[in-house]
Structure formats: C-alpha cells, structure tokens
Design a protein around this ligand. Sequence first.
Ligand code: ADP
Length: 418
Amino acid sequence: MKILVVNCGSSSIKYQLFDMPERSLLAKGMVERIGDREAAMIHQENEKRERQKIDAADHDQAMVAIMQRLMGELGAAGSPRRSSLAASAAADANASLGETRPREPIGAVGHRVVHGGEQFTGSVRIDDAVLASIEEMAHLAPLHNPPNLAGIRAAMHALPGAPQVACFDTAFHATIPQVAYMYALPYELYEKLGVRRYGFHGTSHRYVARRAAAILGREKYDINCITCHLGNGSSITAVRDGRSVDTSMGLTPLEGLVMGTRCGDIDPAILFFLAQNGYEFDKLNDLCNKKSGVLGVSGSSNDMRTLIEQSAAGNERATLAIDIFCYRVKKYIGAYHAVLGRLDAIVFTGGIGENATMVREKICAGMEPLGIAIDRKKNEQPSSKERQIDAGGGVAILVVPTDEEGVIAADTYQLATQ
Ligand code: ADP
C-alpha cells in the first residue's frame, strides 16, 4: 500500500511517499513558500532532485500539486479530486512539473501533528471528533496545530476516499508520571489551562528507544535508556521499561536543552527583568525562540557544523556555544540517570546526535564513574548507520539515525489496514 506522510508547517508541506509494509521510500519533497508568488516544489525521486515554481496560494493547492506530482493523472479512487484543482489554474501551472506516470493510488495519509494534549496517547485515525480535538488543542500550540490541521483538511479534500491518520509529537510522553509533568505553579493553572509538561519529538524518542532495545537484543519494554534527540530543535527523554518517564521539553518546545535558536532552561525571572527594561511580549518571545541558543551565544550561527568549523579556526564564542550546548545535555543525562536508577543505554539521534563526533565526545567526557565511557575510535568512525560506540563501561552508547516519517508511515499503515 502507498502511504503518504505529510508534515505541514505554516508555509510549507514536507512529504514522503512510502511503499508499505516494506517501508521503502519511493519519493520525497516539499512545497515551500505557500501563499507566496515564489512558491516552489522540490521533489526527489530516483536520486533526481527537481525544483520548480508552482502555484500554491494555500495548503489545498499545494497538496493537490503534491498529489499530482506523486500520482500522475490516475483518475482512480485515491487520485487527486479534479474539483479541488481550482478550475484547473493550478493544474495548468503544475502540469509542467515533469513527467507523471500512472501509479497505484495512495492508500492512506499519515500526518505529523505537534500537539495532542492529554487526549491522544497514540496515533489515531482522523474523524470529525479527532479534527475537533486537534482544533481545541491549538491553544497549546498556536504556531503548529493550525497548519497541521490545514494539511489534514487539504489531504481530505484531495483524497476524499483515503484514511487519514494523525501521529502526535506528544503521544510517546503520555506515560510521564504527574510528579514529572507538573510545574510547581498554582494547581488551577493545570486544571484550567492545561499548563503542564507535555514533551515533543515523541515519534523520534519512541523509534530510537525501540531500536536501542532491538540492538541490545531486548524486548521493547525491557530497556532503560536516555534518548538524546539533538538537532536544530533538541530534547532528551528518560525511558524506563520502554516508556517515556520524563523529558526536557515542556508546555512548549522552548524548555530544556540549549538549541539552535532556543534558549532552553533559563531563570524565568530573566523575563520579568527584561520586561522591566522595556522588552515587550513579542520581543521576548522572539528573543527566547529565535535569537537565543547557540546562535545567541556565538553571535554567528545556529548551525552546529558551522560552529564546529568556527571553533576549530579559533572562534572563542563558537567554542563557548558548543560547550554550553554539551554541558546542558550532560547535566540532563546525570539527572535522568538518577531518575532511572538502572541505565542500559544512551542513544544519540538527530542531525547533531547522529553526525557531530565532537559533540558526543564532549557530552560523554568525564562520566566514566557512571559507567558511561565512549570509545574514541568507534565514535570517530564515519557512518550513517546504527552503531554502538561505547568502550564497555556498562552503559551502551548508541547512535541511531532517526526515522520519524517511517514511524508515521508504519502507524498509518497499521491503522488503515485494521
Ligand atoms: P531539525 O531539528 O531542523 O530537524 P536536524 O535534526 O536536521 O534539525 O539537525 C540539524 C543540525 O544538525 C544542524 O545544527 C547541523 O549543523 C547539524 N549537523 C548535521 N550534520 C552535521 C555534521 N556532519 N556535523 C555536525 N553537525 C551536523
């Protein structure tokens, strides 16, 4: 069955087409700058990458263009609905997107949805009630849930017959106990507004925790591990018996680790202090989410690769940014080790976790008394595969490339064929 996985942002739709259950990736790409005259589709298939301007005034139009590109003009159930082609204006513009071959229709669509609140503890088939709940949850994720919803609606319009599935970033963290998810704020804020820690990147943490169990020859619920998803957005999760019991991101993805542009944990009184010094709400929001993290400290880049190069060339602020990033991860590993008691593995994933040798080494340095010892040679061995890089200190150190889209495809296939 062909499964389309969709990750919808406010001005972009990323997509991947899988053949299931083999989980083979057939094509991937994105439409960017939706709503802009410069909207474009970047499509990758058979090792060929094309970028072409398209008409995509809204998510509906972008989704139809994606379906057309993926499916060709099939005319079968599951093919793009002609009526949604806006009198074919888009169709004409998009007809130039290259050769389109008739294919087996898309059987189902899986959507990444950022916030599932307390209601969604796993992936679900989307019906009217689920749509309404995702809409309700938009107050918790005002930047993310509305575009996710727009993507779902666009896919429903374009493929009215196909089952649609929602996979939530928060769902894996539904098992976090109250002692870990409550903030020490007045209790009614939790009751009235849902102020609590939810956690994000759940699909990634779940996948790498399951892979870690498999690599160590254990059952999926027979592992205690700390999963470090280190990318532009970063979070770390304590997993006991295969289930999330604590995570660093909170009510929003701002809390926890130092990230590309987000500050992570800070003294909340800094915000009062800045407010007293003339910083208004929007400026504070922008400061903490877009101007902080390693970008804020280095003053030069949010990109770890660039910072590593700058640091090697003697840029002290770049070195400081990397050091602060690593120190925060180390501190959380110590805290979660204490939470878990027994620790079987530390798992690195995400663009930085999978690739940045120096970052992994810095994070693990000096934790030998905790059984955490990295093998320098194994750590430096270039690879894009799953690998074990510890020196046998008792705690396995693993690098596991994440596969969030593959997980969404698998959940979607399972729910669509039930
Ligand atoms: P996102 O959170 O946007 O999904 P990614 O998981 O793709 O982010 O991670 C992006 C980060 O990974 C960037 O900071 C990038 O510099 C870093 N990265 C990617 N490859 C390397 C590498 N070879 N060495 C160091 N950092 C890398």
